[in-house]
Design a protein around this ligand. Structure first.
Ligand SMILES: [Zn+2]
Length: 424
């Protein structure tokens, strides 16, 4: 970084410090029941965040545009080919943390503000983007805004997605001012993007264990979801002797433990291998407290580094689950609901970021992101900011003020580099 830039680099010009920016939205969408935040796409809290983002971007002299898929773009300079985009999302899971999403958007605003204050005249277009429905919390499909833009989901299917209150995505999008006939692949915009860099709070404790504030993402784990249907025999909780039972809840419980034990043997993040298995949802039928269930539906989430390792982990878990179910007199059916292969971020861009930032840690992530959706189409990269608790999608998610600022330092450095400005 040159001397003139150093003088103005930190602290940021008044009003554009990332900690202050997050402070401005700290009261929007608080969830008094779950704790944390519930900010779901096109609902009042998320609309308030959109308004905040628009106002802040305009105050920075950016030109704000709602794209035809509900994503907001704030342009610095002329629009067009070669655009460097930075950003993330504003929505949250139910009872989510303060950083997942907004940290990336606020950091992008702060980084642009810093370069502006340093007198950088961007030689190519720059845009800050807030993607819609990244969490899929309202309509059930994660990264819906970026998937629509990328053509990764059929808009005819997207408009029919329904929230818990029976409102369709089409209805909610129309109410937010979108033309639902225009939803879908945005080829012109995709062609204009040279790179997308998403900064995100880390969803894990890799950086906390390494003692570093910022990492560059290496990859996103392969990820699939399978429905397990355990069938047994419904019966009376008092009248049925223990030896006569075929209880699918017991089979499901054994399956949960088997999945946990098997994945634990495959998961060694300190050596760069990842194998994750989770059952986070079970529905016993009929679900009476004095009834042996006749059926349990459960959902198994499995993640791994490659297609092969993820499929191998799944196969081992399913074998064990069938064995355990049979030992309790039950039967299990397995149906794949979704599968996405691993995302390898653009190697050149990743190497360039890592060398610009002086060799920060490289981390794989088990969470999906808009940057992962766009990675199929254009060079994308991610920066992670240390999360001391390692917890995300929870009010316990956190990042220190210093680390948030270190994230902006990294993002601003990366942006200068990508704009071809001298960085050091
Ligand atoms: Zn996120």
């Amino acid at each position: 970084m040159d001397d003139a830039a150093k003088k103005t680099a930190t602290p940021d010009s008044p009003g554009w410090d990332v900690v202050d920016l997050l402070g401005e939205i700290a009261d929007i969408g608080r969830d008094s029941v779950r704790g944390g935040y519930s900010r779901h796409v096109f609902e009042p809290a998320e609309l308030a965040l959109r308004e905040w983002f628009t106002g802040r971007a305009e105050a920075l002299g950016l030109d704000v545009e709602l794209d035809r898929n509900g994503n907001i773009w704030a342009h610095w300079g002329a629009r067009g080919s070669g655009t460097i985009a930075l950003g993330s999302h504003l929505d949250s899971v139910p009872g989510g943390g303060a950083f997942d999403g907004p940290l990336g958007v606020a950091s992008a605003l702060s980084a642009v503000a810093r370069l502006r204050a340093q007198g950088v005249m961007p030689a190519r277009p720059v845009a800050v983007v807030a993607f819609a429905e990244e969490e899929g919390s309202r309509f059930g499909v994660a990264c819906l805004g970026s998937k629509l833009m990328a053509g990764a989901i059929d808009p005819a299917k997207a408009v029919k997605l329904t929230d818990a209150a029976g409102v369709t995505f089409g209805e909610a999008a129309a109410a937010a001012g979108l033309d639902t006939g225009e939803l879908g692949r945005d080829g012109e915009r995709l062609a204009s993007l040279a790179a997308f860099v998403e900064l995100h709070v880390e969803q894990g404790r890799g950086l906390a264990d390494m003692g570093a504030p910022v990492a560059v993402a290496a990859s996103i784990l392969a990820h699939g979801r399978w429905r397990l249907r355990f069938s047994g025999e419904g019966n009376h909780a008092g009248a049925t002797a223990m030896r006569d039972r075929r209880d699918p809840v017991v089979a499901a419980a054994a399956a949960v433990l088997a999945a946990r034990d098997i994945a634990a043997r495959h998961d060694d993040p300190s050596h760069g291998t990842h194998g994750r298995a989770t059952v986070g949802r079970l529905i016993p039928v009929p679900g009476g407290s004095n009834v042996i269930a006749s059926r349990v539906d459960a959902w198994l989430d499995v993640r791994g580094d490659s297609d092969a390792s993820t499929r191998a982990l799944l196969a081992e878990i399913i074998d064990a689950i069938r064995d355990r179910a049979a030992s309790y007199g039950c039967h299990v059916e397995v149906a794949e609901e979704s599968y996405s292969g691993p995302v390898a971020f653009d190697a050149d861009l990743r190497t360039r970021l890592a060398s610009t930032l002086g060799g920060p840690p490289l981390l794989a992530t088990g969470a999906g992101h808009d940057a992962g959706v766009l990675a199929d189409i254009l060079p994308t990269a991610m920066l992670f900011v240390r999360n001391p608790t390692g917890v995300s999608h929870s009010p316990l998610e956190t990042a220190s003020d210093d680390d948030c600022r270190a994230g902006v330092d990294a993002l601003a450095t990366v942006l200068r580099e990508l704009l071809g400005q001298r960085t050091r």
